[in-house]
Design a protein around this ligand. Structure first.
Ligand code: NAP
Length: 275
């Protein structure tokens, strides 16, 4: 049997690095720490090595389609696919950032929604039978969903929303934000929140599609919240350590063979949450 492999995006620091660390201890197979910057990635691999943990490295910038396809080809060639994919890479503007909302909407959605979707487009076909896919979303996405207009909420929660419709909605949010019309369009004032509402909805859509198209492959795909975690993104006042933030993503990544649930859910503190 070929070596099993786990891939974590944006894992040179923060929650991603803690996820890699936990997988190095618990996953039977090769664990790939990936980063957009080779120097920062290798430094992180070296810091794990000094703790006796062996992570492998591959460059992966989710905003760069060429980087995504190069990495996908590498994992296909070397491992025949991927067993565990954790889409952790993400960005957030600081609350104090003075960049206009239009810019924040475009830039945040670009990475957290559209680039993560690109990752899924190119990596989902590589996920092996029994594979696990975890999208690191946020509880902020649930709060944001509840602030959308009733019509938008209905679409995000519906069982029949397609990926195309969702992409259209996310594009509409960015366009309306650029015109300063997003509030009239029924959208709340949070770019990060909308990016995570979109990512959780995308996870539910793709899980339904996997169940339909690969019913016998036993792949589980979920979105999750790591909690409020002390990282460069969330700052020093957050209650959870990065190791604690890694617990739910790692739990979903290591759901034992034969498990059928959760799938297509939003999970926090290892519990399925109301969407
Ligand atoms: P972080 O410390 O800022 O780390 C973010 C990671 O993502 C970094 O490694 C960063 O790389 C990487 N990244 C950003 N853009 C990338 C790209 N285009 N391609 C590849 N990697 C990229 O943040 P964190 O708190 O660990 O967040 C990790 C995930 O958890 C994010 O999706 C975040 O939204 C989510 N989350 C965090 C919290 C929290 O309280 N911290 C709560 C809920 C959800 P560089 O070092 O190169 O910038």
């Amino acid at each position: 049997m070929s070596t099993r492999v786990a891939v974590v995006t944006g894992s040179n620091k923060g929650i991603g690095l803690a996820i890699v660390q936990a997988l190095c201890k618990q996953f039977q197979g090769d664990v790939y720490l990936t980063a957009r910057d080779v120097g920062r990635g290798q430094e992180a691999v070296n810091s794990l090595a000094s703790d006796g943990l062996k992570a492998m490295f591959h460059q992966l910038d989710i905003n760069d389609l060429n980087s995504i396809t190069t990495a996908a080809a590498f994992f296909k060639d070397k491992y025949g696919g991927v067993d565990v994919l954790i889409n952790n890479a993400g960005i957030a503007f600081k609350v104090a950032d003075t960049a206009p909302f239009a810019v924040q909407a475009e830039v945040t959605l670009k990475t957290n929604f559209f680039a993560t979707r690109d990752m899924l487009t190119h990596f989902l076909p590589l996920i092996k039978a029994g594979g696990r896919v975890v999208n690191v979303s946020s509880f902020v996405g649930v709060r944001t969903l509840n602030l959308c207009s009733p019509a938008l909420q209905q679409r995000f929660r519906s069982e029949d929303i397609t990926e195309e419709e969702l992409v259209g909605l996310m594009e509409r949010f960015v366009e309306e934000a650029k015109r300063g019309e997003h509030k009239q369009g029924g959208w709340p004032d949070t770019a990060y929140g909308m990016s995570k509402t979109g990512l959780t909805t995308l996870s539910m859509i793709q899980a339904r599609r996997l169940s339909k198209e690969r019913p016998n492959d036993g792949i589980l795909l979920n979105a999750c919240c790591p909690g409020w975690v002390r990282t460069d993104m969330a700052g020093p006042k957050a209650p959870k350590s990065p190791d604690e933030g890694a617990i739910t993503p790692v739990y979903l990544a290591l759901l034992p063979p034969g498990t059928t649930e959760p799938h297509g859910k939003f999970v926090s503190d290892k519990e399925v949450q109301v969407w």
